[in-house]
Design a binder for this molecule. Sequence first.
Ligand code: HEC
Ligand code: HEC
Ligand code: HEC
Length: 433
Amino acid sequence: MTLGALASSYTAASAAPGSATSADTAQIARGAYLAKAADCAGCHTAAPRVVRPGTAPIPAAPFAGGLGMASPFGTINSSNITPDPQAGIGLYSYDDFAHALRDGVARGGKRLYPAMPYPSFAKIDDDDMHALYAYFMHGVRPVATPAPPTRLPFPFNQRWALMFWDWAFVPGERFKPEAGRDAQWNRGAYLVQSLGHCGACHTPRGPAYEERGYTEASPLYLTGGTNDHWFAPNLTADTGSGLGRSSAEDIAAFLKHGHGGGLVTFGSMVQVVEDSTQYLDDADLAAIATYLKSLPPRAQSGHFNAGSRGALQSVEALKTGELERPGAGIYATYCARCHQSDGAGVPQKYPRLAGNPAVLAPQTTSLVRLLVEGGGSPNTDGGPEPRKMPAFADKLTDSELAHVLTFIRNTWGNAAEPVTTRDVSAVRHALHK
Ligand code: HEC
Ligand code: HEC
Ligand code: HEC
């Protein structure tokens, strides 16, 4: 059956529910998988609601929208993308759907804010787009509740003006396989650049909020970016704060269960692992890891040297309690019981801090935010039991937080810029914590 014939058979299936053929069923299932790879649910599902304090939160209907997303311009609410004809996208034709995903233009001509990652989704190929459409029309339960509208202040409420932004910044091209690379590399590049939209967080943004590149041909692509006070680190082969010391196996394990090579995911990456990457099959995870490991080192920052004299001395000092450096005492009191005196953490439970690229990152927003708010490791199918990292907002002052962060960034062979009290205060002020 050709794609065109398949597409028209969905129309038939929607006219007469229950008439889906097995070819449709297979395609709908593939669409469901691709929707996981693209994390459509992560952005298009509202947070669980706590109805009465002390009772379990009630999960929101999948894909019904209404998740508020922080942007520099204000909060943008995601749309209801269930197949309900009024509240959702039930009236979308295949072309409307592809136009929204690739060009950021909703049915009826409304320009979408780039909080919807259409600059990445432009690269989704036609087969995958058809499978996604089949899934959203026939595999998702319609929800008749409209998502709350987005109200940004002038001039950001002028959606038509996004046309100029799109012209200036969105290449809008389909993914083109690299001829000199094998199928696995190309599969990884495709997943990272299109569905996975990893660059939406991991690529730095320019003054107009545009991502500084959409492929490895751009020198800043995947070199680290900050969104909503989480810094998503450098994914190139930088041996300090990048993936230079992580193996492809570690990266695949990290994406599968949020634990890999002693690192544990935190911050906004927890949701990416829980909602999206844990569902990818082993071949796709290996392809992503292969692609990431092929990126040449860029934006070098931070160092790690496990065997250095300083590294051995600091472990000795923590063990004997001869703590001279500010921050060492705080670490011994508040952190060592989980992360250990030698900074090695506990496998499958607590991350190692020695040589941890996130600890060595040039931007310390994430570290401050994690210490202030605390965190929790991801809950995945078949993964390690989730563990909590306590919040220190009420226990440690800004200068104590700065000291302990500077300490972990310069102990056990770690070497990175100190964190100042002002850095901490700025993040705390922005978070109101
Ligand atoms: C990073 C967050 C994010 C992800 C991932 C995401 N979306 Fe969106 N999407 C949004 C936001 C936010 C809007 C609303 C933008 C606006 O109002 O301008 C939106 C709007 C849309 C619309 C327009 C609906 C309308 O008529 O208003 C469609 C269709 C859509 N998304 C489909 C998808 C699909 C399908 C996927 C997965 C392949 C997906 N989105 C993944 C954030 C996201
Ligand atoms: C919503 C934002 C967001 C998206 C989308 C995202 N990441 Fe992340 N990622 C982060 C943040 C924040 C961190 C830092 C916290 C941590 O290490 O878990 C991170 C960390 C990582 C790390 C660990 C890096 C290190 O050196 O410790 C890897 C690997 C990674 N992401 C891969 C990916 C891949 C592959 C994708 C796309 C499939 C992706 N990320 C999409 C936010 C994101
Ligand atoms: C009760 C155990 C516990 C204590 C005490 C604790 N942590 Fe953590 N820490 C964790 C867990 C669990 C994570 C993973 C958090 C997540 O996934 O959100 C974590 C993550 C981190 C990370 C991110 C590294 C990564 O790869 O995930 C840093 C940095 C960190 N902790 C520093 C500290 C510092 C500094 C202190 C003391 C002020 C401290 N922690 C106290 C359990 C703890």
